[in-house]
Design a protein around this ligand. Structure first.
Ligand code: GLN
Ligand code: ZN
Length: 762
């Protein structure tokens, strides 16, 4: 008999119950007890969802983030909260969210606390709280919250498998604030892990899952050594360890992983399928092998018959030692497809959310344990759904295929090199030195949100909705003119979201209503589902932009989301390479760019904030990704005339290691987020001799603080030390949609004044 299990379940709840409970508590509208009750209710419900499995995860639930929880059970708090003596859950929130001084004052005078740094969890869109180490960091076990979850599971009769983040990955995810070596902490860390495992054993746990996703990345010798050290030391514990790796293939770490002294190994058999044969050959004869055969990173139904074809010989070979699971924790997919009563009915049977993935796992196990005929109906239904998906005319559109086949390298290149274009653009646009602009969005006011909600609910007709949006656009134009900004934007009032807005107008996309995925803390995103060939049936932005342009003599910037960002922020079809899907998106956006140009728009911005996000975890795979990502941007952008100015925008990101790719985009202007780095990020551009124009953000839009003209001037001077001043633009770090007009106007006034002051001095 093979064993089924799961690595982790989404925490938010199908209706985002945890989000609302957290936010109510943070607002002061509810109590810690109520919040804890919601947590317990969700855990119970989620274990019930997993009742068909042999082992359900325990300890995968978190009120904020599992890396922060790990710090908590290790008794390792940032120094600034160490002495704070309130409820541990409040302490956790203090670390995660910080506390401004006025907030603290209102609640009894304790000083403000800075929030901990947050960063992306491997190559997902989930963000974790970065552990803060220094040479004196110590660890003291505080297993109570974990044991409480365990006891709840026991009381409910759940066959539980505690889940811990592994010690080596934990150290790798943290940052040493004093430049010390986090690995040096391993000898201090391991006793806490050993004690934790002992406590779990004493509480009745037999298997413990320890997650070490670091093993799918490039791991140097020191870290390899750390793995050996760690697991040899934990070997003495009375529990059986299932070492879990995911998000990719083990590749050169396979030998190391297979030989660590643990009872079982989980590998990602979706992204790491190519590893499996090697792992099977290397696997010591007593070890359990858990194969993650169901995609935990995407929402497509598994091809169960194909999975069985592949698994049957493996099951034959491993017998009892074979375990089955999703590839990784299901944190990265929505909860339950059954709630989607409104999703495109053709596409619906092709999908599986967390709950449905559990069903798939049970079907696979049943077929392997008792024969395919015992689940014949389910297998037939699955085969029929997948056959329909494969043959759907919405999945494969010959016209799109032809357009892709007709792509030529010339379509990726501008007609003339940048210096020639710059001349033509200067003539057409007549901009001053240090031109001012913004990144696209203006405040999404209560009126805008109200109008959109009424329109969606059918209480506002299209004409009335469009009139409301036009009023907002007009307001944005008037404000920008009054401020004296040089290149205007329409303000994006009509857009709910920079990906969804375009996805809704393209063929090949569908949208869920409840398909939320945790991004960080209580924040969730609802990625669109890209299921089929992408085609643009009609222009998407031309009407809005030309309306905005009609209101002003100044250049109005067309505003689009780039193909790579559209791809990286969607659930993407898995039946063709991502590269090919991205090229389809690129062609659709290219058509829009050319339509805007034809309509007389002289400046067009194509946002690519997620370009860097798509970088593969393995260094060896990065060049290939960058190559096609750059090509896709070029396809979208570079069909225009010389005197049409292309902008791109990217948010806070390191540019050092990708600067040649950024230059290869050949955008006339790139705007980036730099203010918090004090223009340090420009170094990459300076050293590379980046040839085109740059708009380094001169103020942080995440903060409600109004920057002063002097601060902005000082930043621009710093920028001018690195980039010739005639290639510099002046703009905020990012879009302004999360701000109020009352913050935006004074801030932009300072920005324009700073630019004018510098111009006067030149
Ligand atoms: N144009 C978008 C805006 O201003 C860009 C958003 C982003 O970079 N994330 O909102
Ligand atoms: Zn941005």
């Amino acid at each position: 008999m093979i064993t089924t299990h799961n690595l982790g379940y989404p925490r938010m709840g199908a209706q985002r119950e945890l989000k609302f409970a957290l936010e109510a508590y943070w607002r002061g509208d509810s109590t810690l007890e109520a919040l804890r009750e919601t947590g317990a209710m969700l855990r119970a419900r989620h274990w019930a969802d997993q009742a068909g499995l042999d082992w359900a995860p325990v300890g995968d639930f978190s009120f904020y983030d599992h890396v922060l929880d790990t710090s908590a059970w290790l008794g390792h708090w940032p120094r600034r909260v160490q002495d704070w003596a309130g409820d541990p859950l409040d302490k956790l929130f203090r670390v995660a969210r910080g506390r401004t001084a006025p907030q603290a004052e209102r609640q009894g005078g304790a000083p403000g606390v800075a929030a901990a740094e947050m960063t992306k969890w491997f190559d997902t869109n989930y963000h974790y709280i970065v552990p803060e180490f220094d040479a004196d960091t110590t660890f003291t076990l505080n297993a109570e919250p974990l044991l409480a979850q365990w006891q709840q599971a026991q009381a409910l009769g759940v066959r539980g498998k505690p889940v811990l983040l592994g010690p080596v990955t934990y150290l790798a995810l943290g940052k040493a604030k004093d430049g010390s070596d986090p690995l040096a902490l391993l000898p201090r860390l391991l006793p806490a892990y050993a004690q934790c495992l002992e406590r779990l054993a004493a509480a009745g746990a037999t298997w413990v899952q320890i997650d070490e996703p670091l093993l799918v990345t490039d791991v140097d010798e020191r870290w390899q050594h750390a793995y050996n050290l760690a697991y040899h030391q934990l070997k003495a514990c009375r529990v059986q360890i299932l070492l879990a790796t995911y998000f990719g293939a083990l590749q050169d770490n396979a030998y190391l992983a297979v030989n660590l002294p643990v009872a079982g190994l989980h590998i990602d058999a979706v992204r790491g399928r190519d590893d499996v044969a090697a792992v099977l050959n290397l696997l010591p004869a007593h070890k359990v092998l858990s194969l993650g055969v169901i995609d935990g990173r995407n929402i497509w139904a598994t091809d169960l018959n194909a999975a069985l074809d592949w698994l049957e010989p493996i099951a034959e070979r491993l017998g009892e030692r074979l375990w089955l699971a999703p590839s990784c924790s299901l944190l990265h997919v929505p909860v339950d497809l059954r709630l989607e009563d409104d999703i495109d009915p053709e596409v619906r049977p092709w999908l599986a959310f967390a709950r449905q993935k559990m069903d798939e796992l049970c079907i696979l196990a049943q077929a392997l344990n008792h024969g395919r005929q015992t689940v014949r109906d389910a297998l037939q239904a699955n085969a029929a759904a997948l056959a329909a998906r494969r043959s759907s005319p919405r999945v494969t559109q010959p016209a799109v295929r032809t357009a892709l086949a007709n792509l030529t390298p010339e379509m990726q290149r501008r007609q003339q090199p940048y210096p020639v274009r710059a001349q033509a653009q200067r003539q057409r646009l007549g901009l001053p030195l240090l031109p001012t602009t913004t990144i696209g969005s203006f405040p999404q006011t209560a009126e805008i949100r109200h109008a959109r909600a009424e329109y969606k609910a059918g209480r506002l007709d299209t004409a009335a909705y469009e009139a409301a949006m036009k009023r907002e656009i007009e307001r944005a134009v008037r404000e920008q003119e009054a401020l004296g900004i040089d290149v205007l934007v329409h303000g994006e009032a009509e857009r709910n979201d920079m990906v969804e807005y375009f996805g809704e107008q393209l063929e090949g996309y569908v949208f869920s209503r409840h398909g939320w995925v945790q991004s960080y803390g209580s924040r969730c995103v609802k990625p669109p589902i890209l299921f089929g060939d992408v085609r643009r049936p009609h222009p998407m932005t031309v009407q809005w932009i030309t309306y905005a342009q009609s209101l002003t003599k100044r250049p109005m910037k067309g505003m689009l989301t780039g193909p790579v960002t559209m791809l990286n922020w969607s659930f993407v079809r898995d039946d063709q390479p991502r590269e090919q899907t991205c090229r389809q998106l690129a062609l659709a956006i290219r058509e829009e760019v050319l339509d805007l140009e034809r309509a007389g728009i002289a400046v067009i911005q194509i946002d690519e904030p997620a370009l860097r996000e798509g970088l593969p975890l393995r260094r060896a795979e990065r060049a290939a990704y960058l190559q096609w990502a750059v090509a896709c941007f070029q396809i979208a952008a570079n069909g225009v005339r010389d005197d049409t100015q292309i902008h791109t925008h990217m948010c806070y990101s390191e540019f050092n290691d990708i600067i040649d790719s950024i230059a290869a985009l050949d955008a006339d202007v790139i705007t980036i987020e730099t203010s918090r780095s004090d223009m340090e990020l420009l170094q990459a551009f300076e050293h590379f001799d980046y040839p085109n124009e740059i708009g380094p953000g001169v103020y942080d839009i995440h903060s409600p603080n109004i920057p002063t003209r002097h601060a902005i001037e000082a930043l621009l001077r710093k920028a001018a030390e690195r980039i010739p001043i005639d290639r510099l633009w002046v703009n905020p770090d990012c879009g302004l949609k999360t701000r109020q007009w009352s913050e935006v106007i004074p801030a932009l006034r300072e920005m324009v004044a700073a630019a004018q002051a510098l111009r006067a001095q030149e």
